[in-house]
Design a binder for this molecule. Sequence first.
Ligand code: NAD
Length: 489
Amino acid sequence: MTQKRKITVAKGDGIGPEIMDATLSILEAAGAQLEYDFIEIGEKQYLNGYTSGISPEAWDTLRANKIFLKAPITTPQGKGYKSLNVTIRKSLGLFANVRPCKSHAPFIDSKHPLMDCVIVRENEEDLYAGIEHRQTTEVFQCLKLVSIPGTQKIIRYAFEYAKSFGRKKVTCMVKDNIMKLTDGLYSTVFREISQEYPGIESELKIIDIGSALLADHPEKFDVIVTLNLYGDIISDIAAQITGSVGLGGSSNIGTDFAMFEAVHGSAPDIAGQNMANPSGLLDAAFMMLLHLGQFEPAQKISNAWRKTIEEGIHTGDIYNKQTSSRKVGTKEFAQAVIDRLGQEPQSFSTLVLDKEAFKPIHIPEYQYQAQSKTLVGVDIFVDDPKLSADELGQKLSELASPDMRLKMITNRGVKVYPDGLPETFCTDHWRCRFVSAESGKDVNAMKEISREAVPGLMSRLLKNEVDVIKTENLYYFEGQLGFSLGQGE
Ligand code: NAD
């Protein structure tokens, strides 16, 4: 007999305990080789004073077992509470969020009966770094951070996932026509890594038209890989158009740790009433069994669930007179699945897992490769509500000399000096680009400046009452521009 694998389980809040009990009863009946360490997370722990909703002891359990099956939790209203999910994802390095979105038509209503795609969302970077600042009276900033190791890991994971699960195509969605450096890194890495997977079709799409196509023709997509924010949005769209957000599970995968949960929340409106659909959490548990290599119970559960659904045994959220035969509660639904373990669906296809194809996904360790960088200028951000673009431009040009020169000023990204348009609306937030006095117009051939040139310039500005709010150095990396150009530069 296989040794039982110990995992951490949290029953969560709201409908969490009901759907977790239902899921564990099915896992047990299907012969999953699991042992559980239960931890308490969520509302009670937030109110106990743990700002992330989890106690230090629960952390120890999570870290020891490495695999976490989590029911939804309720985040209390009010300031000062941190998202438990974000804390867990970041602390345990769960870089990939994987969400399969499949229709179960005709038994569960969907406008897109053929839809069967998987969203692979980067989980740790992008605008979700949560680094925000208010810089002037009028302007607020959120930093979008994208790294080479983070991008390589998620894109390689998407291709490896496609390989393991027999998927045919990977689509990368970005906005690299606007964010040429950050989203541009995604498209560059995607093009490079896709070369290593000649058996898998690859395509790049701009996120706006890509999302529109996903909402209209989801059956055209297979695996989609994208950045954190876009992935957050499109994975909810995709889950919703399968027919119900209540049916899907998701996994959060890291190098050593993994967390599995339903897509939906704690549904306090129906908690404690034996009404909740446990299918989302069961789907997460199914993904966990595959991750652990327990294929037999995984296959049994999937087939029994399909049989239950096609027989029309449905919880209230998916009940429909045309396609349902019986409306059941959470417990009765779980029992119906248990009663069908070992049976095969008639209308849905039977799931047969190819154990050989499921090689554990291994992402090679990232090797840091230093690139030479050359300092060629500095963007100095200035708070000024009074001066016009021309007045500020003239003042800063005088203060720049003798070693530096003011190349341009932009306001919210648009060039307003020199030769700005009077129609451009300006806020109190100015980005002022300084380069070496010897640099000409060619942005690819700017002269190097010394490190001391930047604090020297800053001190001249400060002495002349210029309100400097931040600086960004301008570098060439191996001769390539490490900064974007202003609109109109
Ligand atoms: P929700 O997903 O809990 O509920 C939205 C609607 O869907 C409700 O009408 C609910 O009754 C229904 N629903 C959800 N799951 C269902 C199921 N399994 N069976 C039948 N019906 C179901 O979203 P919400 O109401 O916006 O959030 C409630 C709480 O959940 C909030 O505190 C939120 O912060 C939290 N939440 C937690 C997670 C998580 O732990 N991963 C995710 C999302 C929301």
